[in-house]
Design a protein around this ligand. Sequence first.
Ligand code: V47
Length: 354
Amino acid sequence: MDTVEKIEAGERLSFEDGLKLYDFDIFTLGKLADSRRRALYKNRTFFNINRHINPTNICADICKFCAFSANRKNPNPYTMSIDEILKIVEQASQRGAKEVHIVSAHNKEAGLDWYLGMFKEIKRNFPHIHIKALTAAEVNFLAKEYSVSYEKMIDMMIESGVDSMPGGGAEIFDEEVREYICKGKVSSDEWLEIHRLWHKRGRKSNATMLFGHVEKREHRVDHMLRLRALQDETGGFNCFIPLVYQKENNYLKVKDFVTGQEYLKTIAVSRLMLDNIPHIKAYWASSTINLALVAQEFGADDLDGTIEREAIQSAAGAKSAGGMPLEEFVALIKDSGFVPVERDSLYNELKVWQ
Ligand code: V47
């Protein structure tokens, strides 16, 4: 059977199929991914009203691609107090946010009580807000720094009110590329193990992939397959998010952006390869909103949310620092021919924005 026949028969695709898909012309590939997407969700696109918070940028790791962490290129270190964080959550909640997405750097000075205390206080004051927090990279950092097992860290996260885990820190699983772009950070096996343990506790998480830097297509397909294998085991991933590498203010010397076509192909390939991960997110903060809207026709069924403040992609050049007003976000989805469906963090439908 060739790759197209396999897709039409609903058969699982191999590593070689993944590479072949990238060589398809973009229209054929887009049509295949779009049919899969429409079979699942018709022309509905999910989003949520959320607030991203990055409480500190002081980091023990040195990832070459990162422009967010405080270093020579970003000499503005900060660590928010828990009161500051609570004020942000309060304002976001008043504006209708149902989720806070909290990702920090790996700060050795802040202390475990600061990391976990913010979740406890958010939950105590705003029990209706879903806390999506701590990437596997942060969990690994905290576990090693405070000599606790991953299992214990996960117990403490749950006790402190963390509801789900974001997909950050996955970068690219290929060990050689990983060593080059983020030596010393959580390893690929550790990242997967932390998500495995989290899923085994009945919790959900997301998975990202940072691409468009020094990796090749084969590394992306390998990355997807490692996630697919874990998903077969646990079923705990809600969504996959390909993140476009932003090239400003960092130490990874990459001259050109990945092209729009390559982005759309990556969305489409992930929709077809990841037959067991329900949602593919076009994260507009990294792709630009225009390309994210087009990605809806290439397999993406989720556009993340209004975000309000964004610090990681924008530090490296993306135009996402101010988030997106809700009315504008909804109008853009509608104008592109899709039906905006507001969801909660676990993909329960809250409201169809007609
Ligand atoms: O893991 C860092 C990435 C991620 C750059 O789970 C960069 O719903 C591009 O994980 N160019 C954090 N990307 C963001 C993240 C995320 C975002 C949206 C939704 C979800 C979710 C998770 O940002 C990091 C890293 O891969 N990143 N530097 C850069 N220069």
